[in-house]
Design a protein around this ligand. Structure first.
Ligand code: ITT
Length: 202
């Protein structure tokens, strides 16, 4: 059978990095992640301004499902909401990570952290998936700290300033993508899903 005929997990996200990380993470479970755009291109998601990742991601999934026209057959639909939570900044940027990254960037965060008494932080990934019957949600974190200055070229977003606790002292941007994927918040949420649900497999 041709690959395209197998059931897939269609991931709706405007962030290509998220889609490739998810695809890489679920490879070992023989599940195929494809951009939702391959199914339908005119779905518009307005990210609600809420404090809870779980509530945001639920809204995102409902918006996608209510606009989905093609028959999903055995395919699944997934969305994710993630962000960086910095203790010294009272949890900022949290659910506003995407907006804050676009406005002040990693340099802005480093400036805000000048003189900080603690640099502890965590990434959070919350995902919601429709498996044809019901919605399941998974949320995981990746503990770490904010570096003193940006370092590395890989990854995306806040990766140049995030040093995961379970790594070797390098920022996510200094690591190879498979090193990040072993311990990241996103992979952990995806692994929780894979260990709980029987994924559509290739
Ligand atoms: P979609 O909502 O369309 O999926 P997005 O990039 O806007 O794409 P979010 O609203 O979930 O996604 O915002 C998450 C932001 O948090 C993201 O843009 C990054 O700035 C940051 N972020 C999340 N996970 C990250 C990671 O693994 N590495 C670096 N930055 C991350």
């Amino acid at each position: 059978m041709h690959n395209e005929d197998h059931a897939s997990i269609f991931f709706h996200s405007g962030n290509k990095n998220k889609i490739s990380e998810a695809s890489q993470a679920l490879n070992r479970f023989h599940a195929k992640v494809r951009p939702f755009d391959e199914l339908q291109q005119d779905v518009v998601v307005i990210e609600p301004q809420m404090d809870e990742f779980e509530a945001i991601v639920k809204s995102k999934l409902n918006q996608v499902l209510s606009q989905t026209n093609p028959d999903l057959k055995d395919n699944w639909v997934m969305v994710e909401d993630s962000g960086l939570v910095i203790d010294e900044l009272g949890g900022f940027p949290g659910p506003y990570s995407s907006y804050v990254y676009a406005s002040i960037g990693v340099e802005g965060i480093i400036r805000l952290m000048t003189g900080a008494s603690t640099r502890s932080a965590r990434y959070i990934s919350s995902l919601a998936v429709w498996n044809g019957n019901e919605v399941h949600q998974f949320t995981e974190t990746c503990e770490g700290k904010i570096s003193l200055e940006p370092a590395g070229e890989n990854g995306f977003g806040y990766d140049p300033i995030f040093i995961p606790r379970d790594g070797d002292g390098q920022t996510f941007s200094q690591m190879k993508s498979n090193q990040k994927n072993e311990i990241s918040h996103r992979s952990k949420a995806l692994y929780s899903m894979a260990n709980t649900l029987l994924l559509p497999s290739i």
